[in-house]
Design a protein around this ligand. Structure first.
Ligand SMILES: Cc1cc2nc3c(=O)[nH]c(=O)nc-3n(C[C@H](O)[C@H](O)[C@H](O)COP(=O)(O)OP(=O)(O)OC[C@H]3O[C@@H](n4cnc5c(N)ncnc54)[C@H](O)[C@@H]3O)c2cc1C
Length: 397
């Protein structure tokens, strides 16, 4: 790999390595290594975010005029690969990966001037208010009521599964402003402050024990009409545009790194007849997962190329979403199998047992990650719904 890059890209890669070497401390590395969930906790997330902002490297995928790095495709690939190999924290996508690109595409100049720098600096931390208790896949059926009264909307209802609503200070939100026509026609897109009077955030704790998502209640919450993105009742196209960014987010470098880790781990685990890596069944599944990962990396590169041309990811992002979700789940299954009984959450151990109490590397996170990654084929739109989109918009069926 090293020799295939042009000299200027090799220099750039070395510059990244030097920076990561000096900027990543043990606490940040440990937080990422031991992260049990889909997203890293807010504190470490925002610490790493601010370090990258100070360096000017916080938004590689944004256009340069809005604070992007202006890197070419190879530089962006190198960044993603090197940060993953170094074990750097993964950043929350709600601001940088969703709200920012949506505002760049659809926001007014006042909204861009105000919000984009705050996303870049980490001053604003966003959550996504799309899903409701009876509106997930059928998002257009959402009901959170928004009554336009003078120059404010008054919101009543609730949002659910809202990732990091308990730490976010802003939410981008879809509301029902008219229910007289087709469901898609009466939806408005709003930006709101999470400390607005009338908002209550209730935690939802996963089976794995982690707290990432919430239900958010709105009781006569006042939102200025100036916080609307796009026109009144015409938020649906903005909502769909944002979803392409949500579903087209990259992850293949992180998955490659996880797979490499499992391969190393498997080669160190003794089973009858050699190491776990010598087991035909395990190795076949590991190799098949590696091949599928190639397909994800290729799709990711195509999306990166589209973004670098100033385009949005397009409906192909749904292919990326499904491949990435399935692969993430397969990887957690392999990890669980590799660490075996050490993955048990409350592993009983007594002196004299022929087993080390802590188990091999990755034991502590294998179980919660396995559980948490079940959600990846649901969050951001289920696998079945992505297949419908691909059938209709990519294959034209
Ligand atoms: C961990 C996690 C984090 C999340 N974070 C957020 C967030 O931050 N913000 C947010 O707004 N939402 C969030 N969500 C919600 C997520 O977007 C929804 O869960 C998802 O869209 C599915 O909706 P639902 O849960 O209502 O399931 P349903 O829509 O009720 O689906 C139930 C089942 O029916 C299937 N189904 C439904 N319609 C069809 C169809 N037309 N064709 C074929 N099959 C179909 C689905 O595939 C699924 O298997 C999160 C969810 C999870 C699990």
């Amino acid at each position: 790999m090293k020799d295939t890059f042009a000299p200027e890209h090799q220099h750039f890669r070395d510059e990244i390595r030097r920076f990561l070497d000096s900027a990543l401390d043990e606490e940040l590395l440990e937080a990422q290594r031991n992260c049990p969930g889909i997203f890293l906790d807010y504190e470490h997330n925002i610490r790493w975010h601010r370090i990258l902002h100070r360096k000017g490297w916080i938004a590689p995928s944004w256009p340069k005029e809005y604070g992007g790095t202006g890197w070419d495709l190879t530089q962006r690939y190198l960044w993603s690969r090197e940060t993953t190999l170094a074990g750097a924290p993964s950043l929350a996508p709600m601001g940088l990966g969703m709200c920012g690109p949506m505002l760049i595409g659809h926001g007014s100049s006042e909204q861009k001037d105000y919000y984009l720098p705050r996303i870049l600096s980490g001053e604003d931390y966003w959550c996504q208010g799309y899903s409701e208790p009876a509106s997930g896949s059928d998002l257009a059926s959402l009901k959170l009521n928004a009554r336009l009264q003078g120059d404010h909307y008054i919101l009543n209802g609730s949002k659910i599964w809202t990732t990091h609503a308990h730490v976010a200070n802003r939410m981008f939100c879809l509301v029902r402003s008219d229910d007289s026509g087709k469901p898609q026609q009466g939806i408005t897109f709003l930006l709101l402050d999470m400390d607005s009077p009338g908002i209550t955030v209730d935690p939802i704790v996963f089976a794995s024990g982690t707290h990432e998502v919430n239900q958010v209640f709105f009781d006569d919450v006042k939102v200025p009409a100036a916080n609307r993105v796009g026109k009144h009742n015409e938020g649906w196209s903005v909502a769909k545009y944002l979803l392409e960014f949500e579903r087209g987010g990259g992850g293949s470098a992180a998955q490659q790194s996880a797979l490499d880790r499992i391969r190393r781990l498997a080669s160190s685990i003794r089973v009858e007849g050699g190491s776990l890596l010598d087991s035909t069944d395990f190795k076949t599944r590991l190799d098949r997962t590696s091949i599928e990962l190639e397909a994800v990396a290729q799709t990711e590169l195509r999306i990166m190329a589209a973004l670098s041309r100033g385009q949005n990811p397009g409906p192909e992002s749904s292919i990326m979403k499904n491949l990435g979700a399935n692969l993430g789940q397969q990887i957690t299954e392999l990890a669980l199998e590799a660490v075996g009984m050490h993955a048990l959450p409350y592993q009983p151990w007594t002196p004299g047992d022929n087993v080390e109490p802590l188990g091999p590397d990755g034991s502590a996170t294998a179980f919660p990650r396995y559980f948490n990654l079940r959600a990846s084929s649901i969050a951001g739109g289920t696998n079945e719904v992505q297949k419908n989109i691909v059938a209709k918009l990519v294959l034209g069926l």
